[in-house]
Design a protein. Structure first.
Length: 125
């Protein structure tokens, strides 16, 4: 069973906007609010060049990355064609006006999202 961490009130997120949730040394999570008050949470990092999605423009159920205008789906974190790639999605729950994120996911997902750090290191004999 998940434990939910209150992170803000829905009114703290501007309509068609976002709010960042810090996670210590890990990349923050961006919490988005659509025009009809749906709330989504994604890693605050575009899969293209790492742009801060929280600074993008929210439209429908998507966000446009502020760096290169890639469209990222808020429901799945994936770039829309013809672009490719996904950013980590986080579970979100709205209880009354309180927005909550899954504590387990915050503590274990996308803690090291630097692609270079996952590449095998070269070794010399």
């Amino acid at each position: 069973m998940s434990e939910w961490k209150p992170v803000c009130l829905i009114d703290d997120i501007p309509p068609l906007g976002a709010r960042r949730v810090a996670r210590g040394q890990a990349t923050p999570v961006a919490v988005f609010r659509t025009a009809d008050d749906q709330v989504f949470a994604l890693l605050d990092r575009c899969p293209h060049k790492g742009g801060p999605l929280s600074q993008g423009i929210v439209f429908g159920q998507s966000v446009a990355c502020p760096l290169h205008n890639w469209t990222i789906g808020l429901d799945d974190g994936c770039a829309r064609a013809p672009d490719e790639g996904c950013t980590q999605r986080f579970s979100v729950r709205v209880e009354g006006r309180q927005v909550c994120l899954d504590m387990d996911e915050l503590s274990r997902l996308a803690l090291d999202d630097n692609p270079e750090s996952t590449a095998p290191s070269a070794t010399t004999p």
